[in-house]
Design a protein around this ligand. Structure first.
Ligand SMILES: Cc1cc2nc3c(=O)[nH]c(=O)nc-3n(C[C@H](O)[C@H](O)[C@H](O)COP(=O)(O)O)c2cc1C
Length: 390
């Protein structure tokens, strides 16, 4: 019998988990799609989600927030209940500076997850990104798994998503199609060359990507967000992206979900020893989120903090470092499988934590956060000091 990589994943998961958590395994099996050779992109998306739900995929290096200290104000002189968390991004109001970072769509089983995430975003008045829309551009039967986000969050800031390596293939028409699909307020072009380099089926044709981004920025009517996915963005790259016309940068720094780590688990299940080796070796590759934020802030466009943002204190520190918003992905995977209330609870906790951090720094609104003193030490300080430009 020939066992496909997908079937092996099931077998590995089954072996590893049936004893420990039979309920969880049942849930996993419920979400697994039927095997079809024509479903490669779609199938990969569900494998990624499954691995993120079930395996320790975070980087072993920190995102750097522990090295950032906000100064406690013993006399805040504001009332906590009066703190205003609202903000705007591209003329759209958000009730808190928080995004559900791009994750999923493109497989039938992701419909419910995207609906759950979108209902939570609408309820909380925050933003939401969809995962890469490549699967729906390749096969329009997957479009509904993305459309459900706009249908469930008619007032939210919703952003589309496509990989930079897909731009050559889909062209401007494909990008416009992705935006129209969800009536998006913006589109994120994700940069994920670490994952592409580790993935056996990855695309490593990176030449010409910057001019492709520029072409998209020039041609389309909604703002373009350049978004890393866990390896961070340096100041040089941020400047080049701003010159190309991007309207915001999501640093997607190291210290949160490791895509080399996710690919490691896929490789183990498929018996691909090369990708297994590469995934392990590059697991912690990248610029920690806090360092990337310090590098990119002040480059002329709004900065978004993702990569290991886990608490409201991390959000407060991100904003104090110059970000306009923060986003989180991995912590929402399990709640999204549970239901809308679980996602709302997880995000409400982060928002309440942010409010307390602001109260204890004497910040009545988000603009105050940008003016408070920030003490940077440890690895983050050393990395910034070692870089003579910062
Ligand atoms: C299950 C899952 C799927 C993801 N898929 C995408 C994607 O399709 N496109 C994208 O730009 N980022 C994707 N990401 C990356 C996140 O948007 C985010 O940048 C990254 O995970 C770091 O944030 P975190 O540490 O909070 O997870 C995905 C993340 C997760 C956990």
């Amino acid at each position: 019998m020939i066992v496909s990589p997908y079937q092996s994943l099931v077998l590995v998961l089954e072996r590893e988990q049936s004893d420990q958590n039979p309920g969880c395994m049942r849930e996993l099996l419920n979400i697994l799609p039927p095997i079809s050779p024509s479903m490669t992109t779609s199938q990969r998306k569900i494998e990624h989600l499954q691995i993120c739900a079930d395996k320790p995929v975070e980087a072993h290096i920190p995102a750097g927030f522990d090295d950032i200290h906000l100064i406690h104000c013993a006399l805040p002189e504001i009332d906590k209940d009066d703190i205003d968390l609202s903000t705007e991004l591209f003329n759209k109001r958000l009730d808190a500076p928080l995004l559900i970072a791009s994750m999923t769509g493109g497989h039938p089983d992701t419909y419910k997850i995207n609906r759950t995430l979108a209902l939570a975003a609408e309820h909380l008045g925050i933003g939401i990104g969809v995962g890469s829309q490549r699967a729906a551009i390749e096969d329009q039967k997957h479009e509904e798994t993305f459309r459900v986000v706009r249908d469930s969050a008619p007032n939210a800031f919703v952003y589309a998503n496509i990989g930079v390596v897909q731009l050559a293939e889909i062209g401007i028409a494909g990008v416009e199609h992705a935006i129209e699909m969800i009536d998006a307020d913006a589109i994120a072009i994700h940069l994920n060359f670490l994952q592409e380099a580790v993935q056996p089926e990855g695309c490593t044709h990176a030449s010409g990507c910057l001019s492709a981004i520029k072409e998209v920025c020039d041609a389309i009517s909604v703002p373009v967000i350049a978004k890393e996915t866990g390896a961070g963005i340096s100041r040089e790259t941020a400047v080049a992206l701003v010159d190309a016309g991007v309207a915001a940068i999501d640093v997607g720094g190291a210290g949160g979900t490791s895509w080399a780590g996710v690919e490691y688990y896929r490789a183990v299940s498929s018996g691909d020893t090369m990708s297994e080796h590469l995934g392990r070796l590059f697991w912690d590759w990248g610029i920690p989120t806090a360092v990337s934020l310090a590098e990119c802030s002040g480059c002329g466009v709004p900065i978004i903090a993702t990569g290991g943002v886990r608490t409201g204190i991390d959000i407060a520190k991100s904003l104090a470092l110059g970000a306009s918003l923060a986003g989180t992905a991995l912590p929402l995977v399990a709640p999204a499988m549970e239901g809308v209330d679980a996602v709302i609870d997880r995000l409400s906790r982060m928002i309440a934590e942010l409010e307390i951090a602001m109260f204890l720094c004497g910040c009545a609104d988000l603009s105050d956060l940008k003016t408070i003193p920030v003490v940077t030490c440890g690895m983050v300080r050393e990395m910034l000091d070692a870089n003579t430009r910062v």
